[in-house]
Design a binder for this molecule. Sequence first.
Ligand SMILES: *Cc1c(COP(=O)(O)O)cnc(C)c1O
Length: 473
Amino acid sequence: MKYISTRGGDESLTLAQILTRGTASNGGLFVPQNWPSVDASERANLLTGEYAEIAGRLLGLFGADSLPGFDVTSAIAKAMDNFTRPVGPPVNQLDDHLWTLELMHGPTLAFKDFALAPLAEIIDQTLATQGSQATVLCATSGDTGAATVSAFARRNRLRAVVLFPNGGVSDFQRRQMTTTGAANVLPVCVDGDFDDCQRIVKALYRTPSAERYGYTAVNSINMIRILLQTAYYFRSSGLIHSSTGNSANFIVPTGNFGNIYAAYIARQLGAPINRLTVTSNDNDVLPRFFDSGRMSGQTTVKTISPSMDIQVSSNFERLLWHIKGQNGAAVETAQLELENSSTYELTDPEMQLIREDFSALKCSEADANAAMLHTWKKYGKIICPHTATAMHAALQLESASETGNGATNETVIVETAHPAKFAKAVENAIGVDPEKPSNTEAMLQATEQLEYCEATADAVQSIIDSRFGPQVN
Ligand SMILES: *Cc1c(COP(=O)(O)O)cnc(C)c1O
């Protein structure tokens, strides 16, 4: 199994080679050259068992044999030892044909944990066999940074530097990043916004320090992270299918299009999945694109679901590659147009292909509040403001299908974060302060360790130098 760039060219690498690489050399994203073939017995194996087994089998199909000398399934299981749900994220039936997939039971209470923790272990064990070291660099609006810090803290061969905007993350999220007490973690509070953090990270990759420190990306453009997330969808659609005999429609609160792309992979490999629905908050770049065929970002507005406050869905480039018939040159043309003039347009047949599998719905703040209140009143369940966008979509789709024929698909709302992480917004909506998991108490009391920094790459690099000193790999 080889990985190639969405923007063409002849770069062709193994899974081991793309493990710690960000984008392809020509700026594209790595995609598997083709889907692995999955026969009926292999498919049955992917639909049952614990998360670590399923994820290990999946990585096996996608070229994990290129990783040097360790057992991937054991590595994944080890990374989730201390999770409250080490067997994997549970599914929870709310109503006839209505389910939630509870992805928020990891240590930082967001769906990213179930993929980032195993990814950290896999990187760590790979570096051990190579005798080398690396430094994970990430810009975050909250959840990615927290999950990264949790996954990489106290690993001898790895350091983690997370950049977050001053005032741009919740107190809870900031504390998740600043209270680990781990010597290999460096949280940097940048005097700027998320885009500044992102720009600085990109600039640091192009400096001589990049090689010295072994700068590495683990954001959702990392293909191995997405393949690990694909296991969420195999396991949950398998559980639901074995209990109902039906296929599942997933509704996924979306930002960078990573999580829903993982669901799409599961569908392409034969998991019992029917439709996929993208939901957005007021930053509705994808719903507008689905309506018009024109991708065009606007100014990002702050919402109560900050992990979805985004105008460029990076992973959409991967879907575009499939839609454009794996034509790298055509993808490159579209992406350059997007970079240069903030827009591209697809043809009607291309949009039809997308709409065969996907829908997209926007959810305003008022609608999200109503969905949180509805879920609390009807089911006694508290959901976070991100998950609320998916619940809103489920309610819309339900009223739309009342006029149609009796559906035999199960609808699955993907719960991307724990409500306690966004307690203020939740309390505003339902009048109840969501209970915090007991293991967060200590974090809320602990002393914070962080650096403050102006929004330039030089300033961030000198903080990294003074903390970690020049590193020799
Ligand atoms: C990261 C995140 C999202 C967006 O996921 P993508 O893979 O970027 O689409 C949605 N909700 C929450 C709570 C998140 O942390």
